[in-house]
Design a binder for this molecule. Structure first.
Ligand code: AMP
Ligand code: MG
Length: 412
């Protein structure tokens, strides 16, 4: 099997994915999930024309050109149902959100008025019809689709769902994800320190990557490079919807992961991708489980997660936007590259004027996890590139943790 391009491997993975059915979750737990059904408004909001200000509801014809003194006929609070009609020369004191009374066709805010004794008010400005009135149904119309199936539930969507009293919402189910590390050399987080061993970083880096997508994975631990033990551990992993195995997918004599998966009925779709880091990347499907054989090197494992597991998990969970957002950046320095494989260079990003400037995080070895710890993005060097020059415009895939910046923006 020849090495697949990253794009072809991504297509292969995504074609194999499907959503896992729906479930109803309480609104309190709905953030980040994807709606499985349209949400329909069950009322007009506001239910009638209401005031947008604390002020006075009046007849605009009374104050169309000049200031006027009007008689105050009552007080209307939000939630009141006004009974009196505002006649010529009259007004009603009104609070934000309160219904506009019969007869009135505009509201003037209290700051533009002046009390005249206890029962009258002087309006100091001319007022146009509909001034400071929120129209019935301007936020939502009874029967209209306010959020369509496939929408990711943001904090704003949670607010809208509460407006239609959706105490529970129908969303796409999350997959159950298992993570397994492999290797005799690995030392678990809870095992005694042994300077000759390699600490198991992948279980936890992958755990965090899965968590960042809103899914709580199960860590299966470390499988030894011994066929029977590995088989048992992989069998446990195949009870889950998604199994992420790291290490042991290459061609070393102790790399038993692929043959063992195949012996357990996993149909391998590919096991090499033309990329750096991350070449020995395998993907297969079992009757119940999608299996990702990620490279053992910690950076490779994380980069392969970004390129293949992120779009896969986003597809399963019902998202339509499945890829990381990319930005265009100016390259601060040259990047060497030999044509052949796509490369993912870990970079930091700095805003300069109205553009981003990308700089390498430093040494790019596939075991140097610091590059993923401080990297803000993956600079994509196309397979056919013969190197990038300083100042070139490049594409950077943003990593988690890039949603914030040092300074407040927008000149507000
Ligand atoms: P492998 O693909 O199993 O040959 O592993 C490639 C390299 O990644 C080796 O140097 C391993 O020690 C290292 N490695 C494999 N699994 C892990 C892990 N869970 N955490 C940290 N390093 C790992
Ligand atoms: Mg190994």
């Amino acid at each position: 099997m020849s090495d697949l391009s990253v794009a072809a491997a991504q297509r292969c993975v995504i074609e194999a994915m499907k959503k896992l059915g729906t479930e109803s979750v309480p609104l309190q737990q709905a953030l980040g999930r994807v709606l499985a059904a349209d949400v329909i408004a069950n009322r007009d909001q506001p239910p009638y024309d209401v005031s947008a200000m604390d002020g006075f509801a009046l007849r605009s014809a009374d104050v169309a050109y000049a200031s006027a003194v009007l008689e105050i006929i009552g007080d209307i609070k939000a939630g009141d149902m006004p009974s009196k009609t505002v006649q010529a020369g009259q007004c009603a004191r009104i609070m934000t959100g309160a219904p506009v009374p019969q007869g009135a066709d505009a509201v003037i805010r209290v700051e533009d008025t002046e009390a005249v004794g206890d029962t009258q008010v002087r309006i100091n400005v001319a007022v146009k019809p509909r001034n400071d009135i929120r129209d019935q149904g301007e936020s939502m119309r009874d029967g209209a689709v306010i959020l369509s199936a496939g929408t990711e539930i943001t904090p704003g969507a949670v607010g809208l769902l509460a407006m239609v009293k959706a105490a529970c919402v129908e969303v796409w189910r999350l997959p159950r994800v298992a993570i397994l590390s492999t290797g005799d050399e690995l030392e678990g987080l809870d095992e005694p320190f042994d300077a000759n061993k390699i600490p198991d970083a992948n279980s936890y880096a992958l755990m965090a990557q899965v968590q960042a997508l809103g899914i709580q994975p199960v860590l299966l631990g470390i499988a030894r490079d011994e066929p029977q033990h590995l088989r048992e551990m992989l069998q446990r992993g195949l009870q889950f919807d998604v199994l992420l195995v790291s290490g042991g997918t290459s061609v070393g004599v102790h790399d038993y992961v692929r043959p063992t998966l195949e012996a357990l009925g996993v149909q391998m779709k590919f096991w090499r991708v033309s990329m750096k880091p991350g070449n020995p990347m395998a993907f297969g499907v079992a009757p119940l489980t999608w299996v990702f054989g990620l490279p053992g090197n910690p950076v490779s494992s994380m980069v392969c997660f970004e390129e293949f597991v992120v779009p896969a998990l986003r597809t399963i969970t019902g998202h339509t936007r499945i890829y990381r957002r990319t930005v265009t950046a100016r390259l601060a320095h040259a990047v060497k590259h030999r044509a052949g494989r796509s490369e993912f260079v870990r970079v930091t990003l700095r805003a300069e004027g109205n553009e981003y400037v990308a700089s390498s995080t430093g040494a790019q070895g596939s075991g140097i996890l610091l590059s993923m710890a401080v990297g803000e993005g993956l600079l994509v060097v196309p397979a056919e590139s013969r190197g990038l020059a300083a100042g070139e415009q490049v594409t950077v895939q943003l990593l988690d943790g890039t949603a914030y910046q040092d300074e407040s923006g927008g000149e507000c």
